[in-house]
Each structure stands twice: as structure tokens, then as C-alpha cells.
Design a protein around this ligand. Structure first.
Ligand SMILES: *Cc1c(COP(=O)(O)O)cnc(C)c1O
Length: 358
């Protein structure tokens, strides 16, 4: 019998979140971002669950796009990081992958390659990770025309640095830069919006939006939890209580003996730890739940287990399932206790934890 530590995946919630993204995208279509193994939920399962509603997928790299094809799905797949070798361009043509062209070396590959796939051009509007400078666009477009690649060009993409921060002026500034830079070529499509942009008042999403974290119920907005934005949690991380005991006042629990009981405390050990992807930086008082009732972590998270305070749940017994995050305790809340974001927690669940879809 395997230990009962699982990530339960609610595919109906995923579909509802995708529909919410579409509703918020207005006239833009939404490509479902399923990179990093579907944000840790399982790329084949996630992409399959969206197959009848999503017209396009987006992933980081070509091997993720092949995983979508291996699941038997035919929609075009955007490669957000483009290709990493010239030979991959032919694979893109054969498989209907649409790489994002973001730098000079990829432009050279387009010139050298045997065939031109459908592709997107990335404009650097201030994130300064990838993309062509707005001032260089005319030359890049001229080059694409010269090498006969214009026919494959779908449109322009850019990415926001601060869309998660509603008070930042940067998103509007990047949008203005993008509009100005791409204005000379109005017949091509445009795409800028990550999840956060779906919640930004007045933000245009142009032809295609690119929702990722919101599909999985995580919040893209600082200081707001997914459910506050109308998103449903998709992953429930659960693990069983494997022992309970009463520690006496003055006794410590776990590595470093950092947590010391102030009074006699009934506590339990839960079969999940950082070896499963539960964040080690989640300290004492990080919430968890048993049977819909909130409890708290105590002491340090170990590789294979963590300790919880059972004072609130005197009926809890060995074998009972503890929710680490899900419907009672939001993944955003645990992330903030661990000094990170839901993206990292969801993508960090390790292979030891079976994903169980329903
Ligand atoms: C990951 C990614 C997205 C999705 O971002 P979320 O914040 O998860 O919605 C969109 N666009 C690009 C270029 C990305 O890399």
C-alpha cells in the first residue's frame, strides 16, 4: 500500500477557471498556458481537460509541446521561449508548434533553416529578459521579409514585469510602448496578457491572452487570494496523519528543536515534507486543515514529514487526511507563509506525489 499522500486535481475547477479567463479576455482568445508540467498538475491531464475549449496551448519549450502531442491533442502550441536549436524549426513546421522569435540568433536560424514555421515576434517593452528593442523592429521586420519569413509571422508578443501589482504604472507604460512599436504593422495579431492582466482594469488584451496561474486557481495579484478573484482551487495536496502524541510543556518538536510547547499539546505528524515539494520555509503557524477545520504547523518541515498542532481537532486520529492546501487553506496563503508565490509551490510538487485527477 502506498502512503496516502496525493495531489488531487479537480479538472472541472480547471475548466471553470479557463472559462473565467475567456470571459475576462473579452474579444481576445485565450491560449492555455500549460508549461512546467501544467504548473505541476500534469500537462497531459490538464491539456486534455481543456481540449474542447482551448484553441491553442502555450508552453516554455519544445519537449513540453511534444508532451501535448503525445496526449493526442492537435491544437497549435506556442513555444514561449522559442527554439533552442536550428533543427527544431523543422519540428515546429511538422507539428504545428509556433515558436516565439526573441533574439538575433533565432533570426539567423530562421534564415538558415529549411522551412519557416508559423511564429511570433517578441518585443521587449521593459521586462528586459527577452525580445527585440522597439527601435530595432523595423530592421527585424525588413529582414524577415527579405528571408521570406513574413508569411509565417502570426503577430507580436510582449510580457509584463509588474502586472501582479495593481499600483504599478509599469503595465500601462509597457502597453503604450508595445502599441507604438507594433502600430506600423496592424495586420498582425498581438498578445500581451498573462493572468494578472485579465484582472487589470482597462488593460487591452488584443487578439490573444495567455492565462497561466489563474487556470490553476492561484492568484496572479499581490495581496489577493485566488478565491477572492473568483478562481477555484484545482490542486488539493493531502497527506495522512501517521502518529499523534501529547508533548509536555517545555518539550520541543523536530529539527533544531525550534518549537517548544508552552503547555501540554496534542500534536501529530503528517506524511509530507520538502521531499514532496511542501515548502521547507513554511514555519510554525502556517495553516493546514483536517475535515475542513483549520490547524497549524509547528516546528520545522522535514523531508518526509511535518508536525501539526491538533489542539483544535481533538477527534483527529492516525490515518485522517490533512489538507496542506486546497479548498480550506488556499495555496496562496501557504505560499505567503513560505515567502514565495503559488506558482513555485504548485510547480514544485515532486514525482513522489501521485496526481489523482477527477
Ligand atoms: C508563464 C507565462 C505566461 C503565463 O503567466 P501567468 O502569470 O501564469 O498567467 C504568459 N506569458 C509568458 C510569456 C509566460 O512565460
Amino acid at each position: 500500500m502506498p502512503r496516502n499522500t496525493t495531489a488531487r486535481i479537480d479538472l472541472d475547477a480547471l475548466r471553470n477557471n479557463y472559462r473565467k479567463a475567456c470571459a475576462r479576455a473579452g474579444s481576445a482568445k485565450a491560449m492555455a498556458v500549460v508549461k512546467a508540467d501544467g504548473y505541476g498538475h500534469g500537462i497531459a491531464q490538464v491539456a486534455s481537460a481543456l481540449a474542447d475549449v482551448a484553441p491553442k496551448y502555450a508552453v516554455a519549450c519544445i519537449e513540453e509541446a511534444f508532451a501535448i502531442r503525445a496526449a493526442g491533442l492537435a491544437q497549435p502550441v506556442v513555444l514561449l521561449q522559442g527554439v533552442h536549436a536550428v533543427g527544431d524549426l523543422a519540428e515546429c513546421v511538422h507539428n504545428q508548434f509556433e515558436p516565439v522569435l526573441h533574439g538575433e540568433h533565432q533570426l539567423e536560424w530562421m534564415e538558415q533553416g529549411s522551412a519557416i514555421p508559423e511564429f511570433w515576434l517578441k518585443v521587449n517593452t521593459g521586462m528586459n529578459r527577452l525580445g527585440f528593442w522597439p527601435d530595432d523592429l523595423p530592421a527585424v521586420m525588413a529582414k524577415l521579409e527579405k528571408i521570406g519569413a513574413f508569411g509565417g509571422l502570426q503577430g507580436f508578443v510582449s510580457h509584463f514585469a509588474c502586472a501582479d501589482d495593481e499600483s504599478s504604472a509599469m503595465t500601462a507604460a509597457q502597453t503604450a510602448t508595445f502599441e507604438k512599436a507594433t502600430a506600423p504593422w496592424p495586420s498582425f495579431m498581438r498578445s500581451v496578457g498573462n493572468s494578472a492582466a485579465h484582472f487589470t482594469a482597462g488593460q487591452p488584451l488584443f487578439d490573444w491572452s495567455r492565462p497561466g496561474i489563474m487556470l490553476y486557481g492561484g492568484s496572479p495579484i499581490i495581496g489577493k487570494a485566488g478565491p477572492e478573484l473568483g478562481l477555484e482551487p484545482v490542486m488539493t495536496l493531502e497527506a495522512p496523519l501517521i502518529t499523534t502524541r501529547v508533548v509536555k510543556a517545555g518539550d520541543s518538536v523536530g529539527y533544531g528543536a525550534g518549537w517548544v510547547a508552552q503547555h501540554d499539546t496534542r500534536m501529530g505528524m503528517v506524511a509530507v515534507g520538502y521531499g514532496d515539494g511542501y515548502p521547507r520555509h513554511a514555519g510554525t503557524d502556517t495553516p493546514a486543515a483536517i475535515g475542513g477545520r483549520r490547524i497549524r504547523l509547528i516546528g520545522r518541515v522535514s523531508m518526509d514529514m511535518l508536525a501539526v498542532d491538533l489542539s483544535n481537532t481533538p477527534e483527529a486520529r492516525e490515518g485522517d487526511l490533512v489538507e496542506l492546501w486546497g479548498r480550506t487553506v488556499g495555496v496562496d496563503e501557504v505560499a505567503s507563509c513560505a515567502g514565495t508565490i503559488s506558482y513555485e509551490l504548485l510547480t514544485g510538487i515532486t514525482r513522489r506525489v501521485p496526481r489523482i485527477c477527477r
